[in-house]
Design a protein around this ligand. Structure first.
Ligand SMILES: [Zn+2]
Length: 394
């Protein structure tokens, strides 16, 4: 399934094994020839952490600047971070929190890649800027444009500088974020999930002492000796790594392929257009469950129906704040019992129905079926429903 937001395509090679190489990280930031680029975030006390965005020709993108284009005093903040990263310093978060995202090997959506040496305060993105002409950074046999994300909440100086660009705004409105290009939305999801995780995790869950982002921001380190901290003494300690919460989302269909099971959620009963949105069944996976078990459980708990077969279709990172949507198909064999709907078990749905495939096709083609709507295009729910309607779930 193609064309979903947040995880469809990214041209960034993460090079996860280079994160723990301080010599490499140092060169990407401090080499005067490095084309390393930064995307920016800022915390807002009650609503989490938001990206710095810029709009050009009605296309929204992340503000994306080259570290070497910054004024000297700002560049020195990044050079200090490099030293703190090398020494695992407790001071590393004093001004910025930063994560190495990878090397861009092929170039991002070209509209948002530009040489900001020519960037003035009234700069407008040149459309069609060719990535191939962009200088690449080389280290050993690896090359590309290094990318970092940066939380600038504790640097007023950096914030003021970023906000001085024309048309820059800091926001986290999901609907406007969904207007970004697919590449851009991938970069957003990836960087946002790291920034959000680092914002929420300041202390060691084992001993309560302050933790330090290490390996270029991708791991949290506790300085307490191992024999005094249960986190450090366990051989695998998930708490030190970013959290991902798996959610299964399932498009259920009758075994003969003629009926599709969709529900209207109580939390979002009516859309902004005044329609009732019917979508796939979804829920968080639980400890000790397989994806298949979780899918069967969620279908049964929300709709009362018993599916027999599960197929895993595709997945989608969902950065609000740290989910991984696992898209599945579930097949229900109509036998007079398995297909009977009962939404009173967990009481999450206000309505649930078996829709005729023809009605679902009408909705996909923007036709009218009562006051019903489907999830927005680009969401995994929409893609699952479309695949079911077109018989592509087999
Ligand atoms: Zn600890």
């Amino acid at each position: 399934m193609a064309d979903i937001f947040f995880g469809t395509t990214t041209t960034l090679n993460r090079f996860s094994f280079l994160r723990s190489n301080p010599d490499f990280i140092s060169k990407t930031v401090t080499d005067p020839e490095s084309p390393a680029r930064l995307v920016f975030y800022k915390q807002d006390g009650k609503n989490g952490i938001h990206p710095f965005l810029i709009e050009q020709d009605s296309q929204l993108g992340l503000l994306n600047l080259q570290v070497n284009s910054l004024p000297g005093s700002l560049k020195s903040i990044f050079h200090k971070w490099v030293e703190d990263n090398k020494s695992k310093s407790l001071e590393i978060r004093n001004q910025i929190t930063m994560v190495f995202l990878g090397l861009d090997e092929d170039g991002l959506d070209e509209k948002f890649l530009f040489n900001d040496n020519s960037l003035s305060k009234s700069f407008k993105y040149p459309t069609g800027y060719k990535v191939q002409s962009y200088p690449k950074f080389k280290y050993d046999k690896f090359q590309g444009t290094p990318y970092f994300s940066v939380d600038v909440t504790h640097s007023r100086e950096l914030q003021d500088y970023l906000l001085s660009y024309q048309d820059v705004k800091v926001e986290n409105n999901m609907l406007s974020l969904l207007t970004m290009s697919k590449n851009e939305s991938s970069l957003f999801a990836y960087s946002k999930m790291y920034m959000d995780w680092l914002m929420r995790n300041k202390f060691c869950p084992g001993c309560g002492s302050k933790v330090v982002p290490v390996d270029a921001g991708t791991r949290l380190f506790c300085h307490t000796p191992a024999n005094e901290c249960p986190v450090k003494s366990s051989s695998v300690s998930n708490v030190c790594f970013p959290r991902t919460d798996p959610v299964i989302i399932v498009g259920a269909i009758s075994a003969d392929g003629k009926k599709i099971l969709l529900g209207n959620n109580k939390r979002h009963p009516v859309t902004t257009a005044g329609k009732r949105m019917f979508s796939c069944i979804a829920g968080f996976m639980e400890p000790g469950e397989t994806i298949e078990e979780s899918t069967l459980r969620e279908i049964w708990e929300e709709t009362g129906c018993s599916a027999r077969e599960v197929r895993i279709a595709s997945s989608q990172p969902w950065p609000f704040p740290a989910n991984l949507m696992i898209g599945c198909f579930g097949v229900v064999h109509f036998d007079g019992i398995s297909e009977i709907i009962n939404t009173s078990l967990d009481n999450e749905l206000s309505d649930c129905r078996w829709f005729d495939v023809e009605d679902v096709k009408t909705l996909i083609n923007n036709g009218e079926v009562e006051d019903i709507s489907l999830p927005m295009e680009g969401s995994i729910a929409y893609e699952l429903i479309k695949s079911l309607a077109n018989g592509k779930h087999q």
